[in-house]
Design a protein around this ligand. Sequence first.
Ligand code: NAG
Ligand code: NAG
Length: 393
Amino acid sequence: MVNHRHIFPAFLFIFFSPPLAIAVRYNVLTFGAKPDGVTDSTIAFLKAWYAACDSQNPATIYVPPAGTYLLKSAQFRGPCKNKAITIHIDSTLVAPLDYNVIGNNGNYWLLFERVDGISIRGGTLDGQGNGLWACKKSGKNCPSGATTLGISNSKNVEITGLTSLNSKMFHIVINGCQDVKVQGAKILAPRNSPNTDGIHVQFSIGVKIFNSKIGTGDDCVSIGPGTTNLVIHSVTCGPGHGISIGSLAKDYREVGVQNVTVKNVTFKNTQNGLRIKTWGRPSTGFVKGVLFQHAIMDNVHNPILIDQNYCPHNKNCPGKVSGVKISEVTYRDIQGTSATPVAVKFDCSKTTPCQRIKLENVKLTYKNQKAQASCANAAGTTSGSIEPTSCLY
Ligand SMILES: *[C@@H]1O[C@H](CO)[C@@H](O)[C@H](O)[C@H]1NC(C)=O
Ligand SMILES: *[C@@H]1O[C@H](CO)[C@@H](O)[C@H](O)[C@H]1NC(C)=O
């Protein structure tokens, strides 16, 4: 009898335990993808996605290093049956050269939507933006173009070691997400390519971007409304427009930006370094709790900039006064060279002045001379050595 009680549970364990969570692997070639750079492999990739998404077990989609895969717009949608999908890319995915084929209305080339627990490893995404940029520069009527990679309404996403080249529009957009990590990314487009922002984050909480190199024709990282708990560290920017919170106040009702940390960043030959930019018009938006720490500026036009009077073509900015309230912004250990005489500019709102700006150990020079600081409606404190001399009140 005693023996029986021991044997019975063991018997149960062997025959009735749930199956081990063995990862399944889906190779896109088995779904008909053709790595010849000309055959449209969109359907094959989507079939692999639906197999992985339908799997009860962790799943890997494998894109082998056989060549180049042409994809048209593809939407990889959840929710999925497992929370551990890996997309392992050992080759290049290329977008159609013809900009009329994808993203005529601000769409995405590749979009992940409502997924939880996915990891994208490796891979090169080639947006082939040249044709669209040429169209935009010629002043013709062109489509706005597709963002290369969108992560939308998703959580627990990791993007590791991705290279994104020559996007038609933004390279990566993270929208409505929670806990997204981008690391080891290389994002490259020419300095004169229009609207090719590196990474844009909005309405998202807990995004981390680190160990990445971003050089494009627009913002390195742009931070839109509703961004909370964002960390950017060990990122090199340039060419391009630098790291920008904004543009904000595009809409009157807007959620704020809160708790942003930008650490150990280098800017090379960029238009801006650390910028906060709001339209000069009424808004419920705000920026609160920003730490810029350990930044190196190398020939940057506007190393430190708050611009609350953004109003291109002076249109739709009644009274030109921004309602966005900016407070608790710290600049700590910011060094290097400005490409213009004014290295620090705080141009804040007349009705909602910038408050609790902190400068700690700032040293910015202009052609080996003293640079200047310019302030309007900016209140705050300094500590350590500050050059150019602070103009905060
Ligand atoms: C700010 O964001 C960081 C990074 O996500 C997080 O660790 C920290 O708890 C946040 N701070 C507050 C006060 O929410
Ligand atoms: C700072 O960033 C650079 C790359 O831009 C990296 O090589 C270095 O390890 C980072 N330092 C720290 C302390 O994170």
